[in-house]
Each structure stands twice: as structure tokens, then as C-alpha cells.
Design a protein around this ligand. Structure first.
Ligand code: FE2
Length: 301
């Protein structure tokens, strides 16, 4: 199924020539996360970055954390390094304090986003600032191109009220963290991968038609309710806590199930570079990883 959309985002910047048909994307594969633990023993679900889906260029990892049990999160993520990529923390519930060895500190509250460019390196901690209650959110790792892996660390941090909402139609609310929906543009700037990061809430049975940035790799992750993606013979169900790798076209058609749905729709321009990763270091060669260990041990982060 194809449609004609000359300026699908209404942004005036789309690369498709007027009248160019945009093919509808479908689910190429779906993946369920695996329970794991990280940091000092925080329980979480690894959706990207595990055995089933090791990466989806430029995305290296997606963790979902969500629990009411303090023992699952209290240990937090004490001091640890990062080099060569970006970590994106999106809090839904709970409060997390971060501190790094360059003197940066902040509190992530429900609905806030921290887009941290680790670049050449930093050492930080991410610790819960609560002893009870619910902790829920996501951490996404986004790769940096070779030319920017050793850039200076940088934070883009946004409180809930500074992340704009788009209402493309009745029953559709989109929190635009990165990328564009109609005339609404998210606050994150990252030309290297030109990311799209949307938190979409759909009322029961509502359908949303959105054209993804041209040439990006994209995935959807349902975290409340269920939806179908695609249309006609290509429509496939996406259940709660399931990730869909999208492909075959840039026009994404999402239809919520009977109970409505809430999902992340995330896309980025692939880097198509060699990836060598070891724990919190993601570089292009083995030598660069060895150098990262040396630099970290000698206190050069
Ligand atoms: Fe971290």
C-alpha cells in the first residue's frame, strides 16, 4: 500500500519530491527483552543490546526498567565510565540523581529526559533518589560517528514541561523528545544521527500515520497496551513489552488495540561504521578500546 505525501511532516524540510510515493513500513522482526541486571544489581529488561538484537545501527542498547520493589533498584548505578557514544535516559516514574567527575549533577524526575554525549569520556553515577515507590523508564544508547567519539562530554537535559506535545488528531498525543511531528519539534539536537524519539499515546482503536525520516533505521516499542503496525496484509500485532524492527518503507501506520496503547517510536540515521564495544566503551577498533581502558585507569576521563 502506498500513498502520496509531498510534505508528510508539514515541516517543509522533507527530502521526498512532491508526489513521491512513500511505502508503508512493516514489522521486519519483533523482539522481547530479556531480564537482566546491571549497575550494582538493578533489575531491568534488555531489549536491544542482548543476544536477540545486539544492535540496530545507530542504537546499541535499550533497557526498560519498571518496578515497584525498592530492592530491584535501590543499589543504582554507582560510578562507572562511558566513552564513544551517548546515553539517553527517559524517566517515566521515580527520581534518579546523576553526578559526573566533571562537576555536573542533576535530578531526573518523572517525564524528564537526559541526552548525555559521553564523547571522550566521563565517570558518572546514576542513583535512585527515593527509597520506595515506583521506578520506571528507559535507557537508550546511541552510537557516535568515528569523528565525534572523542568530542567533549555534553548534556542535553529537559524537564517534563519543556518537552513539547503534538496532537496530530483526536485520541493521539505525542511527546516529541527528538525529531518533528507536524510543526512540533523536539528539543534534542544531534546532527550526527538525526534522531527521532517519540512517546506516543493512542486511545483505543485510534490509528496514526507518520512518515519516518528518510533512510533511518527505526523501531517501535510498546510499553502499555498493544497495537498493530502496518496495514492490510502487512499488519502485525505488537504486544506490550515487545519491540518491532521496522522496514520496507518510511510510512509508519500504528493502530492501537481495544485498550489503547503507549509506545516509543525511535529512529536514527545509521552510521555504517565498524563497532567494537566492551562494556561501557564503544569504539571503532580494538586498539581504541584498549586505549579507553588505559585512559580510564590513568584517570584521563
Ligand atoms: Fe551510565
Amino acid at each position: 500500500m502506498q500513498t502520496n505525501l509531498s510534505d508528510p511532516h508539514g515541516c517543509g524540510e522533507c527530502t521526498q519530491a512532491p508526489g513521491t510515493p512513500v511505502a508503508t513500513s512493516r514489522i521486519l522482526r519483533s523482539v522481547r527483552g530479556r531480564p537482566t541486571s546491571d549497575g550494582a544489581g538493578v533489575k531491568l529488561t534488555r531489549v536491544i543490546g542482548g543476544g536477540e538484537l545486539p544492535d540496530l545501527d545507530p542504537f546499541l542498547l535499550l533497557d526498560e526498567f519498571g518496578t515497584d520493589k525498592p530492592e530491584d533498584y535501590l543499589a543504582g548505578f554507582p560510578d562507572h565510565p562511558h566513552r564513544g557514544f551517548e546515553t539517553v535516559t527517559y524517566m517515566l516514574d521515580g527520581r534518579m540523581r546523576h553526578r559526573d567527575n566533571h562537576g555536573n549533577e542533576g535530578l531526573l524526575v518523572p517525564g524528564s529526559v537526559q541526552w548525555m554525549t559521553a564523547g571522550r569520556g566521563l565517570v558518572h553515577s546514576e542513583m535512585p533518589e527515593q527509597e520506595s515507590g515506583r521506578m520506571r523508564g528507559f535507557q537508550l544508547w546511541v552510537n557516535l560517528p568515528a569523528r565525534e567519539k572523542m568530542t567533549a562530554p555534553r548534556y542535553q537535559e529537559f524537564a517534563p514541561e519543556s518537552i513539547p506535545l503534538a496532537h496530530p488528531a483526536d485520541g493521539i498525543t505525542v511527546k516529541v523528545i527528538a525529531g518533528t511531528v507536524g510543526s512540533v519539534r523536539g528539543p534534542i539536537e544531534q546532527p550526527a544521527t538525526d534522531p527521532l524519539y517519540l512517546d506516543i499515546t493512542l486511545a483505543a482503536n485510534v490509528r496514526w500515520d507518520y512518515v519516518l525520516p528518510d533512510g533511518h533505521n527505526a523501531f517501535a516499542y510498546a510499553f502499555e497496551g498493544a497495537a498493530t503496525i502496518g496495514e492490510n496484509d502487512d499488519a502485525r500485532a505488537l504486544d506490550t513489552h515487545e519491540l518491532a524492527v521496522l522496514g520496507g518503507g518510511d510510512r509508519c501506520v500504528v493502530t492501537a488495540g481495544e485498550g489503547g496503547a503507549r509506545l516509543l517510536l525511535i529512529a536514527g540515521r545509521p552510521l555504517r561504521e565498524n563497532v567494537v564495544r566492551h562494556g561501557p566503551f564503544v569504539m571503532n577498533t580494538r586498539e581504541q578500546i584498549m586505549q579507553a581502558f588505559v585512559d580510564y585507569q590513568e584517570g584521563r576521563f
